[in-house]
Structures are given as C-alpha cells and as structure tokens.
Design a protein around this ligand. Structure first.
Ligand code: NI
Length: 254
C-alpha cells in the first residue's frame, strides 16, 4: 500500500469523479491521502473531506499564491480549523518566486506567521518552495524552534539543500517530476538521500508522472513515483512502498 502525502482533491478537475476516486482508494493501492489546503475555501473543503473519510487527512493553510488574501482574521480561522481532529499539519505554506502571484514581502510575512502558528499548535507544516530555495532555508533557520518538523513538498532543490532541510527536521517529498527524463537533479537527490527521509506524493491534479504526463494527475499515479524511486535506488517497489508509508505514519504519529 502507498501513501499520497499531497493531493488537492478539492480541485474542480475532480468534480466529475471525486467520489469514485475516494471510493476506489483501496483498490488502487492507496492507504492514506493527505489533502492540503491552499486558501480558506480549500482548507474548509480539506477538513470536510477528511472528516467524512477515515483514510483521508487534512492540512490547512494559505499557499503563497493566496498570501495576498490573508489577514489576521483568516489566520484565526485557520487556527480554529487546525484544531480539528483530522487536521495533521499546517499547509501548504511557503514561497513561490516563479509565479509571484502575491508580492514577495507578503508571501514571506504569511509564511512566517503560519510557521509560528504551527509552532503554537505543535503541528508539522508543509512547505511549497518554487524557485525560492534560499529564502525558504533562511526563514526556516531564523524561525527554527525545538520540535520543528515538516515536509518539503514536491522537492525540486539540490542534494546539498535537502541535507540542510533534513537537519532542520524535514522530510523530502518526491512527486511526479522525478519520472521526467530531464529531472537529473531530483533523481540525484533520490539516489543519495536515505529512504527513511523520503515521502511520496502526486500533488494531483498537477504534475502527472510519466507515463501519464500531460494528463490530469490523480492519487493512484503515486505508484509511478514509487517505481521510479525503486529503479533509481535499485531496490524493490515493495520496499519503497513499505518504507515511505512507514515514514509517513511515524512522522505524523498515526
Ligand atoms: Ni500542492
């Protein structure tokens, strides 16, 4: 069984078959899905879906794209959502300097505020890092606290940076791009980082792995990520499935 540590099931591209996907999870070999929020609406949806389904857990928070919509009131609402039983993390939060959908200073402000919320609530947090590796690492070092832990989702940085993140208490979550031919850097990360520090995810509906590249991604395709990791590390698929699932369950104390 596999665990998809990051799937946006609330996305409208799942409107036609969301129920079926959730119902078929077990048949598709998916033990657990972690459904992150990206703004207020999706955080509420993530919590609702998790409350209805035993094998789905939620994270709540504002993605850097939506940072410009955030204010003190929304931070308080996220805080109250985060106290619900099926919420196991704050996220996804972080910085996106590729799209710059929110001004960078606003992105940094709410990234920091949400890290502090995670600290207060003793929850791990899920980090989105797109072309912002330096600032992410700087902020994590400045905000570091006893017991800090989280996930760097859809990891795209270097091996050296991954080592830094792991030292700070983070898991490295590998997504579909690892299956792309030109993804030399992330393949190198997978090769060198011990299995015990890795999680797997789809980030669906985005970033479908080979051989589904270009289509809508879905949780069942996390198996292509696992099999690519198995190939890179020259170990069995079962070993990758077992280890990444165990890592997830241990990390969140489930
Ligand atoms: Ni995401």
């Amino acid at each position: 069984m596999l665990i998809d540590s990051h799937a946006h099931l609330d996305d409208r591209r799942f409107d036609i078959d969301r129920k079926k996907i959730i119902k078929n999870m077990e048949n598709d070999g998916i033990e657990i899905i972690l459904h992150p929020g990206a703004d207020m609406t999706s955080s509420v949806k993530a919590v609702n879906t998790a409350e209805k389904h035993k094998n789905i857990y939620a994270a709540v928070g504002f993605h850097p794209h939506s940072a410009k919509e955030m204010d003190e009131d929304s931070l308080q609402i996220i805080k109250s959502l985060a106290k619900k039983e099926k919420v196991i993390a704050i996220g996804e939060i972080g910085l996106d300097y590729h799209y710059d959908n929110s001004p960078r200073d606003i992105q940094r402000k709410w990234f920091i505020e949400q890290i502090r919320l995670a600290k207060e609530l003793k929850l791990p947090f899920i980090v989105h890092d797109r072309e912002a590796h330096g600032d992410i690492l700087k902020i994590l070092k400045e905000e570091q606290y006893e017991g800090m832990k989280g996930i760097i989702h859809c990891y795209s940085g270097s091996y050296e940076m991954a080592v830094e993140f792991i030292k700070l208490g983070f898991m490295i979550s590998i997504a579909g791009p690892v299956t792309f031919k030109n993804a030399r850097r992330v393949k190198e990360v997978v090769k060198k980082i011990p299995l015990e520090n890795l999680l797997i995810e789809t980030d669906s509906p985005y970033l479908a792995p080979e051989p589904k590249r270009g289509r809508r991604n879905e949780p069942a395709y996390v198996r292509y990520v696992a099999s690519e990791i198995a190939e890179i590390k020259d170990i069995s698929f079962e070993k990758v499935a077992e280890a990444t699932s165990e890592n997830f369950i241990k990390f969140f104390n489930l």
